[in-house]
Design a protein around this ligand. Structure first.
Ligand code: SAM
Length: 267
């Protein structure tokens, strides 16, 4: 058998940057039509949010929040006493999220424009939603970032495309077409939740839409909830960092991760 190709760290960094560039370009192009394209999956969104079992006053992270289609429901569920944190790396998508909620909807909302794996999250949340975020679910460092900002016992729900049974050819053609438009790679489509399952206690998986979609839910174990330092180690709350030439907000990504690469909107 041929040995697996091992990339040098520098080559791996370049490869990841190229993947991110491609993902940003994909969603810059898709932003205007995204809501329409997702219409067929909308009932699943409410099922997924329902599974989060949010209570008034809680904090929830909407990971890869896109154009913000989940935000209003999440805001309603946690009420004005709670907090919703949306993280999204594509400026064109998060601009739409901001427009969707409007100025009246900002009081319990924080939108962070950054790759999840670099996002500065300044609190610990009670729940996290990964709704149609295949690329993020396949990035261990992104998962670790989110899980490091969850309270022990926090609820985690992920929902998205996956391959149906091999004999379900028409279903898989649908999955293939939809995945080509929404993911950087088809890698992991047989079990998109697998990296999450390694990190979450008792992840339960349901098949929906003839097997084209999975719904995974579980809780964060104490051991995973200590990754990144929480709020008290980030005392400086940034109002807004203007996008530099290599910031995601400029629609590009550069090699070295740096806090300056995130344009953070704080309520
Ligand atoms: C299919 S959309 C889903 C959007 C939203 N969750 C929804 O349900 O409508 C996937 C989103 O994840 C974002 N995304 C992909 N990789 C990301 C990363 N590493 N960090 C932040 N956002 C990312 C994309 O820009 C895109 O907006």
């Amino acid at each position: 058998m041929r040995p697996a190709l091992k990339l040098s760290p520098a080559t791996e960094t370049t490869r990841r940057d190229l993947v991110r560039e491609a993902a940003l370009a994909q969603y810059e192009l898709r932003a205007a039509t995204y809501d329409l394209e997702l219409a067929v999956f909308e009932p699943l969104r409410y099922l997924a949010i329902d599974r989060l079992r949010l209570r008034p006053g809680e904090t929830v992270i909407d990971v890869g929040c896109g154009t913000g289609m989940s935000l209003k429901q999440l805001q309603r569920d946690v009420t004005a006493a709670g907090r919703v944190i949306g993280i999204e790396q594509c400026p064109a998508m998060i601009d739409r999220a901001r427009a969707r909620v409007g100025s009246a909807g900002q009081s319990n909302l924080e939108l962070i424009c950054a790759p999840v794996e670099e996002a500065r999250i300044e609190t610990r949340a009670d729940a996290a939603l990964f709704h149609f975020t295949h690329d993020i679910l396949r990035r261990p460092e992104a998962l670790d970032r989110v899980l490091g900002h969850l309270k022990p016992g926090a609820r985690i729900v992920a929902c998205g495309l996956h391959w149906a049974a091999p004999w379900a050819v028409p279903v898989n053609l649908f999955v293939w077409g939809a995945a080509l438009r929404s993911t950087s790679s088809l890698e992991g489509l047989e079990a998109p939740w697998s990296l999450l399952a390694e990190r979450v206690e008792e992840l339960a998986i349901d098949d929906l839409m003839l097997g084209a979609v999975f719904l995974a839910s579980g809780t964060a174990g104490a051991s995973r909830c200590s990754g990144q330092p929480p709020a008290e180690e980030h005392p400086r709350r940034e109002r807004h960092i203007p996008p530099g030439p290599d910031s995601p907000a400029a629609g590009r990504a550069s090699a070295a991760p740096s806090p300056q690469r995130q344009a953070t909107l704080v309520r």
